[in-house]
Design a protein around this ligand. Structure first.
Ligand SMILES: *Cc1c(COP(=O)(O)O)cnc(C)c1O
Length: 377
């Protein structure tokens, strides 16, 4: 079955009670039991909810995974996956992952004896050199935020498996429409559904997709034990969002390419970070691993004053954190999303004061270009 057919039908079977074509929002905390120990498979809504399980079947199918679990946020999904590691275990963490992921390791997991090293995972040799006898997991994001560095998922997976470690990939930027990490050998995929999967900037959520039955049982156990579940209403919103994922991603990609090319030719722009440009250091890998390049574009304006001028003069592009919605969002990583990353690390990664990130929306692209052009002018 094709991607769009799966997106529209997986988990979306007509409701068995009424025939409702759209999966209802089962806004209930508990379920009536017929007699002691006899029920319809639903006991309490932290443990099971039909709207949530519809979404779980849906996104698992899109990621080509056997199992899927929906969480209250991308961070709670990532936290659940990190409950697969124990005190004394070592994790190889991409050096340019989402700031919240870094914070989870640096400020919380270290208190529980989890060791980690930050590694530029776009370089397979550096990953190889980082393995220790206690390395149990490699956690990567590709492309990264905001400098769009690309990691070779097949190469990293092969290496990790040879060293007895699992690979986790945060697939938020590409969505399963453009990249399915499990098909490249990755063990576990995580998402912030807040971004492209929901796609309308009106819900916060997270997702874990995987094939290993034992790990899936554990993730499900964590989901129920900790309780950071996605609500029925948010599950409904994301389920509604994924029905149009394919056409939205096509539009983000089309506009993203046009905006990246426009910026690359603009005299006031010093550098553009977009894997779809032939000058991107991993353009060839990105073309192989992803079926599109998406709508995330970053560019260097040369300094804080220049960045400020652009950010304060855009009219259509909305200044704000987050990404992946239908509307174009523009942000300043150094003071917004990456403010908690130490300055030294920021400059090493290329997150300068002059860097601007755009989540290119699906408006008419001429309007986005005109807005950027007048702000840059
Ligand atoms: C937003 C984001 C997260 C965190 O997700 P929340 O839903 O905000 O908790 C994790 N990874 C990436 C790549 C993100 O963009």
């Amino acid at each position: 079955m094709g991607f769009s057919t799966t997106a529209i039908h997986a988990g979306n079977e007509p409701d068995t009670a009424t025939g409702a074509v759209s999966v209802p929002i089962y806004q209930t905390s508990t379920y009536a039991q017929e007699s002691l120990g006899k029920h319809k498979g639903f006991e309490y809504a932290r443990t099971q909810n039909p709207t949530r399980s519809a979404l779980e079947r849906n996104i698992a199918a899109l990621e080509n995974a056997k199992f899927g679990y929906a969480f209250a946020s991308g961070m709670s999904a990532i936290d659940a996956v990190l409950k697969l590691v124990k005190s004394g275990d070592h994790v190889i963490l991409g050096d340019n992952t989402y700031g919240g992921t870094y914070r989870l390791f640096a400020k919380i997991l270290v208190n529980y004896g989890v060791e980690f090293d930050l590694v530029d995972t776009s370089d397979v040799n550096l990953v190889e050199a980082a393995f220790r006898p206690n390395s149990k997991m490699v956690f990567v994001e590709t492309p990264t935020n905001p400098v769009m560095s690309v990691t070779d998922l097949a190469a990293i997976s092969k290496l990790a498996h040879a060293n007895g470690a699992k690979v986790v990939c945060d697939n938020t930027f590409m969505s399963p429409y453009f990249q399915r990490p499990i098909e490249h050998g990755v063990d576990i995929v995580v998402h912030s559904t807040t971004k492209y999967l929901n796609g309308h900037s009106d819900s916060v959520g997270g997702f874990v997709a995987l094939n290993d039955e034992q790990d899936a049982e554990w993730i499900k156990f964590v989901q129920n034990s900790v309780g950071a579940i996605l609500s029925p209403f948010d599950s409904f919103l994301v389920l509604r969002g994924t029905k149009t994922l394919a056409i939205r991603m096509e539009a983000h990609d089309r506009n993203g390419r046009i905006v990246a090319n426009f910026l690359a030719e603009h005299p006031k722009v010093q550098k553009v970070y977009y894997p779809g440009l032939s000058g991107h250091p991993q353009h060839e890998l990105a073309s192989r691993q992803q079926s599109g390049f998406g709508g995330m574009v970053s560019f260097e304006t040369g300094g804080l004053d220049n960045a400020k001028t652009v950010l304060e003069n855009v009219k259509l592009c909305t200044l704000g954190e987050s990404l992946g919605g239908v509307e174009t969002l523009i942000s300043h990583p150094a003071t917004m999303t990456h403010a908690s990353v130490p300055e030294e690390t920021r400059s090493k990664l290329g997150i300068t004061d002059g860097l601007i990130r755009i989540s290119v929306g699906i408006e008419d692209v001429e309007d986005i270009i005109a807005d950027l052009d007048q702000a840059l002018g």
